[in-house]
Design a protein around this ligand. Structure first.
Ligand SMILES: Cc1ncc(C[n+]2csc(CCOP(=O)(O)OP(=O)(O)O)c2C)c(N)n1
Length: 344
């Protein structure tokens, strides 16, 4: 670990990474609670008092990856996400309360309450969208990076998050191939949380996985402990710099773990409890806290960050609760129309 980062450095970089992770965790915890009682295991709405309805994919335990990567990005850089995108969105700088409004289905959400958890986008910070279709963010990212190159957008880059399950779908190969052929400014980030819904990814993946497949196309890749935010930060610093410098695409393969079930009330009965227990021992927030404390950061500083995150999320819950529902007519806006613009 870079000691200047772990100790907070001159600019408090380590503490800033901690804050990003803690805000993501607080958001996920609150969203999980707000979703309870309203959905069945696979997202069908059931009767209940849940404020957040529909499928909810939590990134609890994976916070170090978006925190470490997005620390190197600016608003003009683009990002594409997955169905598990709250952490990416927050780390890219999107407003936390507006995201809660979107999850609540309120008019003040990023997408007017019509997108929900899996369709969040905030173009104002370069967040091009979460995505319910596995691997579908990859070609979008490559298209965005190609546009950056064609439009001479300086040294702006695109970052593309995807899961280990996505590498077994065709768009992964197509996207990496296109990015390499045109030497596009894109950083692919595989969040390898070991599971693809109810299936363990390992036995379903031939060869050595994301890094090896990228290398086979001539795309340099780096594997990193995705639960060590300082390691992710250091690896991403190098890769982002290389992509910004015009070096073409790179891939970061981050090994992490999906702590919660795949979606909402999935209790993940298909996995060995011992596996979860072992993974919890490597919790990225607890580890970062330990590193920061031993580097001399005061416990009170970290406690204050945690309290502030809880307060911010509580405020967001109240804001979302009080916010108006979309007008019924809004169902007919922002949708594709056919022919003369009439809804069909
Ligand atoms: C094309 C497609 N196939 C299947 C699904 C159903 N599905 C949703 S998430 C998921 C698992 C994805 O695993 P991974 O890419 O590793 O992401 P993770 O959920 O682990 O974050 C599956 C199979 C889907 N949404 N899209």
């Amino acid at each position: 670990m870079d000691s200047s980062i772990s100790s907070g450095g001159a600019h408090g970089a380590g503490v800033a990474l901690y804050r990003v992770m803690v805000r993501i965790r607080a958001f996920e915890n609150a969203a999980e609670t707000a979703s309870q009682g309203g959905v069945s295991a696979y997202g069908q709405q059931a009767a209940g008092a849940a404020k957040v309805r529909g499928p909810l994919h939590l990134s609890t335990g994976q916070e170090a990856v978006p925190a470490g990567v997005c620390a190197h990005l600016r608003a003009s850089d683009y990002l594409t996400s997955t169905h598990r995108g709250h952490g990416h969105t927050l780390a890219k700088g999107a407003d936390l309360a507006r995201m809660m409004c979107e999850l609540f289905g309120k008019a003040t959400g990023f997408n007017g309450g019509k997108g929900g958890s899996m369709h969040i986008a905030d173009f104002s910070v370069g967040m091009l969208g979460a995505n319910g279709v596995v691997a579908a963010g990859l070609p979008i990212a490559v298209g965005a990076a190609h546009a950056q190159k064609l439009l001479n957008k300086g040294d702006d880059i695109t970052v593309c998050f995807f899961g280990d399950g996505a590498i077994n779908r065709g768009p992964f190969l197509e996207a990496l191939n296109w990015a390499r052929v045109y030497e596009l400014p894109v950083l692919f980030v595989c969040e390898d949380n070991r599971w693809s819904a109810t299936t363990a990814s390992g036995p379903m993946t031939a060869g050595e996985g994301a890094s090896a497949r990228a290398e086979s196309l001539g795309i340099a890749s780096t594997q990193v402990d995705g639960n060590d935010v300082f390691a992710v930060h250091a690896a991403a610093a190098r890769l982002v710099a290389e992509v910004r410098a015009g070096g073409g695409p790179r891939l970061l393969h981050a090994l992490t773990y999906r702590v919660k079930g795949h979606v909402s009330v999935d209790v993940a009965a298909y996995r060995d409890p011992a596996e979860l227990a072992a993974a919890l021992e490597t919790d990225p927030i607890a580890r970062a806290r330990g590193h920061l404390l031993s580097a001399g950061v005061a416990a009170a500083t970290l406690d204050a960050i945690e309290n502030a995150a809880r307060d911010e999320v509580d405020t967001a819950l109240a804001v979302a609760d009080a916010a108006p529902w979309p007008e019924p007519a809004a169902a007919f806006t922002d949708v594709q129309t056919v022919g003369e613009g009439q809804w069909r």
